[in-house]
Design a protein around this ligand. Structure first.
Ligand code: 1GP
Length: 252
């Protein structure tokens, strides 16, 4: 529970936590150390590592490089059973509860469980809820599951509550990496009013104001990935972190 407690503690001291997702396919290994250091210096609370698809076989090297260059937690965001590693601190044990594909509800988890145990990393059970966001996203396509329509906050809320009742410790409202539209604010609000476990929101967030808005609607963890794959945007990471950390004074 060390990393889960770290997240809870961050939420209670800073108002919300800011996580950056790094997809090993989307950053060159040379730039990784600089990026990781810069993220930590800018106020990022933890890294999510992984991707829906993995096109290279250097996941272990990738995690070790991230770990070597920061002291914040590294949490695997697995796109598949091949993304379990003893080198990370924790793994989001994601069940795609918005879908009805048994493989992504429980099948992959059965295959991954012995590896997670052997790796000795902390599994954080997460009810993963895909939300319609315009075009079909990689995660929708790969998981073969239908997202919840964006105008149906009540379905998202009931799904999240079911996940909470099943014992999941985080709820993740996911628009999908690079989504055209973020998870609607009304939906974030509806889910956060209905559930008591921390709510993660990600997918398509491209500016600090939007990140802050999701927090004001009740998100407790914000995830961005795509936007900072462009090096030209790196100087905005601090701004994102400050928008998420609503309890801390903004520095100038
Ligand atoms: C994807 O929610 C994360 O799983 C982040 O999405 O890459 O669009 O920021 P973006």
């Amino acid at each position: 529970m060390k990393i889960y407690n770290y997240l809870l503690n961050t939420i209670s001291t800073k108002g919300a936590a800011y996580l950056i997702l790094i997809d090993p396919d989307k950053i060159s290994h040379d730039k990784l150390p600089v990026f990781v250091k810069h993220c930590q210096k800018s106020g990022v609370d933890a890294f999510l590592l992984g991707g829906s698809l993995m096109m290279n076989d250097r996941f272990e090297d990738f995690i070790l490089t991230v770990k070597k260059n920061c002291t914040i937690p590294t949490i695997i965001f697995p796109g598949g059973v091949n993304q379990v590693s003893p080198n990370a601190d924790a793994i989001l044990y994601l069940s795609v509860v918005s879908g009805r594909n048994p493989e992504h509800l429980i099948g992959k988890h059965v295959l991954a469980a012995p590896f997670v145990k052997q790796a000795g990393i902390e599994p954080i059970s997460t009810g993963y809820i895909l939300i319609e966001s315009g075009l079909v996203t990689t995660v929708q396509y790969v998981s073969g599951s239908q997202p919840i329509p964006r105008n149906k906050p009540e379905i998202a809320a009931a799904t999240a509550l079911a996940a909470e009742y099943l014992g999941m410790r985080l709820i993740y409202l996911e628009a999908g990496s690079g989504a055209h539209q973020t998870v609607p604010n009304e939906m974030v609000q509806a889910v956060s009013n209905y559930c008591s476990v921390p709510l993660v929101v990600g997918g398509g967030i491209r500016n600090a104001a939007e990140a802050g808005e999701k927090v004001r609607c009740g998100a407790k963890i914000i995830v961005t990935g795509n936007y900072f794959e462009d090096e030209n945007n790196w100087d905005q990471i601090k701004e994102f972190a400050e928008a998420v950390h609503v309890k801390l004074p903004v520095t100038v």
